[in-house]
Design a protein around this ligand. Structure first.
Ligand code: HMG
Ligand code: MG
Length: 299
């Protein structure tokens, strides 16, 4: 059976924009976040407090967050990799942060300049201090299906890494198919393995990139397993600068279209969202890869 309602965790402003090489003005980012909020997305990830040389596009994180209403109905989580990032986020007054670990050794090195093992020591004080400050902590785990350098990733390894992040105190674990290679039976097997390891499905979210066109099918597989939180990016914006073969996330509009057809509630205003994606696509100088955005905004 399928859930009655899902939560869409919007990542376009962060996962979407982090990969853009051109300059995107602060005002454009702010307008994107505000339009996503107005379109009814219940949680809108805004930016990252990472090293500005690693992700120059989000170097203006502090200035962006300063312009957001951090105590309204919509949370604006930010990524923080380490204590320096947490300090910046706390100074900015954020209420929600997300740590982001890797299930593989190579990606821990490429994305965090860490080792697989050392990343946990890096995150531990971040989570502890965030919780002490009353800040909610989400955890991402990347490369849960395949890794561009290591190939297919063993499920037991993903479960072990994910449990460590949850055990630190994260309220939710987002399982990332960073390079979009997963398929439906792999999703089912991974979710079954978490269940067998004692992790309740309501603590899991799925984060699909659509590189191989599998994101929506994988979402359906996860819905049938009882997952009720899905990450998506408006218009399919996105990619990861430290994982070459990663393209955009599952487009939020594609997800919403499917959920509408299934009769699953989500709270998003689809026309307003599609208009927003068409608008940001114009700013980025290329059309949205989402078929739903193109269909809804044609003509
Ligand atoms: P590092 O160079 O090893 O950092 O980078 P360090 O600890 O050695 O510090 C070096 C200098 O950087 C120091 O300054 C620090 O203060 C400064 P100095 O003393 O030399 O003047 N520094 C910072 N400055 C600002 N903000 C910070 C910060 N940290 C240190 N937070 C680090 C290590 C983790 C910082 C770096 O590797 C990094 O920023 N990585 C982030 C990469 C990233 O953002 N990737 C994309 C997000 S993940 C993703 O997209 C996947 C996801 O979508 C899920 C999926 O799809 O799978 C979430
Ligand atoms: Mg991602």
């Amino acid at each position: 059976s399928l859930p009655d309602r899902v939560t869409i965790y919007e990542v376009g402003a962060r996962d979407g924009l982090q990969n853009e090489s051109g300059v995107i003005p602060l005002e454009t980012k702010l307008e994107l976040v505000q339009r996503l909020t107005a379109a009814g997305l219940p949680i809108v990830e805004a930016t990252s407090f990472v090293h500005p040389k690693w992700v120059p596009q989000l170097a203006d994180a502090g200035d962006l967050v300063a312009r957001l209403d951090l105590h309204g109905a919509t949370p604006y989580p930010v990524l923080v990799p380490n204590e320096r990032g947490l300090d910046r986020a706390l100074d900015a007054g954020v209420t929600h942060v997300a740590i982001f670990g890797s299930a593989t050794e190579t990606f821990a090195q490429k994305n965090l300049n860490s080792t697989y093992e050392a990343q946990f020591a890096m995150f531990e004080p971040v989570v502890r201090r965030a919780l002490e400050a009353g800040v909610q902590v989400r955890a991402y785990l990347s490369m849960c299906f395949g890794d561009p350098w290591e190939g297919e990733v063993v499920i037991d390894r993903v479960v072990a890494a994910g449990k460590r992040l949850l055990d630190m105190g994260a309220y939710e674990l987002s399982l990332g198919d960073t390079i979009g290679v997963g398929t439906a039976h792999h999703v089912e097997a991974l979710l079954d393995a978490f269940t067998a390891a004692g992790v309740a499905t309501d603590r899991l979210a799925m984060h699909f990139h659509d590189t191989y066109g599998q994101a929506l099918t994988n979402t359906y597989a996860a819905l049938r397993k009882g997952v009720t939180t899905f990450d998506a990016s408006a218009g399919g914006l996105g990619g990861c600068p430290y994982a070459k073969s990663a393209t955009g996330n599952l487009a939020t509009e594609d997800l919403v279209w499917m959920l509408d057809g299934l009769g699953i509630a989500h709270g998003v205003d689809l026309p307003a969202l599609a208009q927003t994606s068409a608008w940001i696509a114009q700013h980025l100088g290329r059309p949205s890869p989402s078929a739903v955005v193109r269909a809804l905004t044609a003509g």
